[in-house]
Design a protein around this ligand. Structure first.
Ligand code: G1P
Length: 311
C-alpha cells in the first residue's frame, strides 16, 4: 500500500482570529513570510503526499489563488531579474497537485472529510488540519503512514497536554500496541520508543477534564482507512452539533476485527505550533523567525534587547 493523497479542510470561519478573518481566510495568515497553509501543504508533499485536496468554502478564493500561477507578478519579477522572489512565488504552485472541493454548509470536521470521499476513493489517505504546524525537523507523518501501511487501520497523532487543557481537543483512551508494530520506525532520526505507538480503545471529543480518559490529545494529523467514509455517512452530529471526525474514529476503534477498522495512535514529542489561537500564533511566528537563517541573527539580537527591557 502506498498512500499518496491528503485532505486538508480549510472551510472554517476562523472565528478565533476575528476581526482579521472577517475578509481574510485564517489559512492565509502569515507565519513570517509564508501563509500558514503553505507549511501544511509542504509537510504533506515532503511525506510523499503529492495529491492534495483542499476542502474549501465561501471566501477562500485567496487560498486557491495562492497555489495558482500569478503571470503578471512573475513577468514583473522576471523583467527585474529578481530570481529569488520569482522562485518564492512559484514554489507553492509546484509543491503538489492540488484539487479543490467546496464544503457548502459547514457541518463539522467529519463532514469536511466526507466531502473528500469521491476524490479519495477506496484508499488510505491523510488529513492535515491547518491550525497545527509541525516543525519540519520533527516530522510525524512518515511514522503514521508506516503504521497505517503495516496495520491497514487508521492512525491519529497524539500529544500529552496538561489536564486542564484536554477539553480543547479530542481525547484518547489507549493501551499498549504490539511491540513489533513500532520496530524499525523512526521519528526525528531517533528510533521510536515502543511506547510511542499505541492502540486506541476509545475516543471522546473535547471532554471535561474530570471525564477525560487520559491527557492524550488528538492533534491535527490523521492517516485514515477508507472505512471511515461509511461510518461518517451515518455519524450523527455530536459536540457543538457538528459531525465529528473523533466520533467516527471512536466507532472504528470499537470493532478492530473488521477490515480497516483498527485505530492506532502515534505520540508526538516534537515541536508543534498552534496557529489557530492568537497567543500561540504569536509564539509560532517568533520561534520560526528566530530560527531562520536570513532573519534569525538580527531578530534574535533585537529580541534579546526587547525582552531585557521588559523586565
Ligand atoms: C479538531 C478535532 C479535535 C482535535 C483538534 C486538533 O477540533 O475535532 O478532536 O483535537 O481539531 O487541533 P477543532 O480544533 O477544529 O475544534
Amino acid at each position: 500500500m502506498t498512500i499518496t493523497k491528503a485532505v486538508i479542510p480549510v472551510a472554517g470561519l476562523g472565528t478565533r482570529f476575528l476581526p482579521v478573518t472577517k475578509t481574510m481566510p485564517k489559512e492565509m495568515l502569515p507565519v513570517v513570510d509564508k501563509p500558514a497553509i503553505e507549511y501544511v501543504v509542504e509537510e504533506a508533499a515532503n511525506a510523499g503526499l503529492d495529491d492534495v485536496l483542499l476542502v474549501t468554502g465561501r471566501s477562500k478564493r485567496a487560498v486557491e489563488d495562492y497555489f495558482d500561477v500569478a503571470p503578471e507578478l512573475e513577468r514583473a519579477l522576471k523583467n527585474k531579474g529578481d530570481d529569488e522572489r520569482l522562485a518564492s512565488v512559484r514554489e507553492p504552485v509546484d509543491l503538489a497537485t492540488l484539487h479543490f472541493v467546496r464544503q457548502g454548509r459547514p457541518r463539522g470536521l467529519g463532514h469536511a472529510v466526507l466531502c473528500g470521499r469521491q476524490h479519495v476513493g477506496d484508499q488510505h489517505f491523510a488529513v492535515l488540519l491547518g491550525d497545527d504546524l509541525i516543525d519540519e525537523r520533527d516530522q510525524i507523518l512518515p511514522v503514521m503512514l508506516a503504521v497505517a501501511e503495516r496495520t491497514g487501520g487508521s492512525v491519529i497523532a497524539l500529544l500529552e497536554v496538561p489536564r486542564d487543557q484536554i477539553g480543547l481537543y479530542g481525547c484518547a483512551a489507549v493501551s499498549a500496541a504490539d511491540p513489533a508494530l513500532a520496530a524499525g520506525l523512526e521519528m526525528t532520526g531517533e528510533p521510536l520508543p515502543q511506547a510511542d505507538v499505541v492502540r486506541i480503545d476509545a475516543l471522546v471529543e473535547k471532554p471535561a477534564p474530570e471525564d477525560a480518559p487520559s491527557n492524550l490529545a488528538i492533534i491535527g494529523r490523521y492517516v485514515l482507512s477508507p472505512a471511515v467514509f461509511d461510518v461518517l455517512e451515518h455519524t450523527e452530529p455530536g459536540r457543538g452539533n457538528e459531525i465529528q471526525l473523533t466520533d467516527a474514529l471512536a466507532e472504528l476503534a470499537q470493532d478492530p476485527s473488521q477490515p480497516g477498522h483498527g485505530v492506532y495512535g502515534v505520540v508526538f514529542r516534537g515541536r508543534r505550533y498552534d496557529t489557530g489561537d492568537k497567543l500561540d500564533y504569536l509564539k509560532a511566528v517568533v520561534q520560526l523567525a528566530a530560527e531562520r537563517d536570513d532573519l534569525g541573527p538580527d531578530f534574535r539580537d533585537w529580541l534579546h534587547g526587547f525582552v531585557t527591557g521588559l523586565k
